[in-house]
Ligand binder design. Structure first.
Ligand SMILES: [Zn+2]
Ligand SMILES: [Zn+2]
Length: 172
């Protein structure tokens, strides 16, 4: 099994916008998150036409889920545009449903190159982070937390997209 749950920096292949568009419209046999299912060992807890949620194999908090779009809509948060706002909202709402004890769970996206799986995925946490978790997924109680270049909250992404901008490293 590849070590797909480590989201530390990995070699990033620079892809052009055009490549991204072509990629996003195809299902890749090579993309592990395009092939998520219970049958191949994922602990899937929710799925519908649009989204799949499953437990991260290396939990960095008491509960550590990943929510992904079923289709390869984007490789990462960097490729999101204004038209993806409804998708983001669906991901946020699902996170809230799956973590019922907190009104808004801690959650966020890695910004490449700080992301190991090139298929958009939202990390969702409940309970205290582990020591490594605090470093890899730096979010405070507030989902509006800013100041880190490698991890953004969905609200930060929404604000950026609403302004017609795109997410990049070093920008909240
Ligand atoms: Zn994929
Ligand atoms: Zn990640």
């Amino acid at each position: 099994m590849p070590t797909f749950l480590s989201c530390f920096p990995s070699k990033q292949s620079q892809i052009t916008e055009e490549d991204a568009l072509i990629r996003s419209s195809t299902k890749s046999d090579e993309c592990i998150f395009c092939n998520v299912s219970k049958g191949v060992g994922f602990n899937v807890i929710y799925e519908d036409e649009e989204l799949i949620a499953f437990h991260d194999r290396t939990p960095r908090a008491k509960i550590h889920l990943l929510i992904i779009p079923r289709h390869h809509i984007a490789s990462s948060v960097r490729e999101l545009r204004k038209q993806h706002i409804p998708l983001l909202n669906s991901m946020i709402n699902l996170a809230i449903t799956l973590i019922p004890n907190s009104s808004i769970p801690k959650m966020g996206f890695h910004i490449p190159p700080f992301s190991s799986v090139p298929h958009l995925h939202l990390h969702v946490f409940s309970g205290k982070h582990t020591f490594i978790g605090k470093f890899k997924y730096p979010i405070s109680g507030s989902n509006d937390h800013k100041g880190y270049g490698w991890f953004v909250t969905p609200n930060q992404v929404l604000n950026t997209l609403h302004q017609g901008k795109t997410v990049g490293t070093g920008r909240g």
